[in-house]
Design a protein around this ligand. Sequence first.
Ligand code: NAD
Length: 370
Amino acid sequence: MATFNLLLLPGDGIGPEVMGEVRKIVDFLSRQGVARFESESDLVGGSAFDAHGVAITDAAMKTALAADAVLFGAVGGPKWDKVPYQHRPEAGLLRLRKDLGLFANLRPAICYPALADASSLKRDVVEGLDIVIVRELTGGVYFGEPKEIVTLENGEKRAVDTQIYTTGEIERIARVAFELAKKRGNKVASAEKRNVMKSGVLWNEVVTHVHKNEYPDVALEHVLADNCAMQLVRQPKQYDVLVTDNLFGDVLSDIAAMLTGSLGMLPSASLGAEDAATGKRKALYEPVHGSAPDIAGKGLANPLAMIGSLGMALRYSFNLGDAADALDKAIANVLAAGLRTKDIAAAGQNAVGTTDMGDAVLKEFQKALG
Ligand code: NAD
């Protein structure tokens, strides 16, 4: 039986509550003999600051670097609003992303039929939606230098951000998108703005080159990022895998997120480079939502984004596609049966708490796995 090292970083606010539901599923997988999970847990964010004076300790980072996958809950909250900038809760997540070299961010947007009415778009536009946005996470305008605000001679100020991409950066994110598409609908759309940006021209050229030389059997379409934003709200089901840079990915993935109805439903994965010797990638899985201080400690949080993040880990880090499919099916079944946490309940509909939702998914998962 395969053994995997898993680091659980529940974090702050609702993080530990939703992580609790994931633990139940991990324990079940081990008991069933699907795989052996050697999981460790550590502090991150505000809770790490309270205990150790930093947002993540070197020891926790060492465990993260050695792990097959990191599962991350959420960090932050008003309690830590005034801590020194370098120790703010988010610094823990940023260090993890940087030190693990996580350059590819995968955000699925799935609209379960049972939740189609929670979307702001019409049911027929979103029902059955299943797309993944692959966003470049470590390059582009958020990191390019110069990045500054200077005062000009006439007293005016001038702000500069710099969009930079190299061939290698574009090639590796394109490969992640094509590989992913091969396991899904075999279609990639690449979004940039080649009409007004040199980085868009290069992006387009490199993606075209990688496609021609390595993935000619995958369908590739190029789309201007602004048009892509419109298409996402007009006819989102036309896409399968959508690959784009850091800035456009930030915006487009948030648009796609809202198609599905609630923050509590959205998992994500961040992947690093493939190790040449082992073929494994460093990986961190986390829900898109934050620590939700307004509902923390009340047992109200929706655990499905966190559970869906475990599903992504099963698929992408542990090669347990059948278990991942079973978990996705369990989530869909629970929703189809009418179970709702407060964030996804319609007006007047009864809502269940975090543990009831987690238990129901576990029960369906047990059935689906046989
Ligand atoms: P948030 O995602 O925490 O909450 C936004 C709204 O969505 C709240 O009303 C919340 O109750 C609701 N919500 C979020 N997740 C939910 C879930 N699983 N179930 C039910 N409802 C849910 O965003 P925010 O309020 O802007 O930020 C709160 C704190 O979280 C801040 O300190 C922020 O910095 C931090 N944050 C952390 C991360 C992260 O850890 N990756 C991401 C975003 C925000």
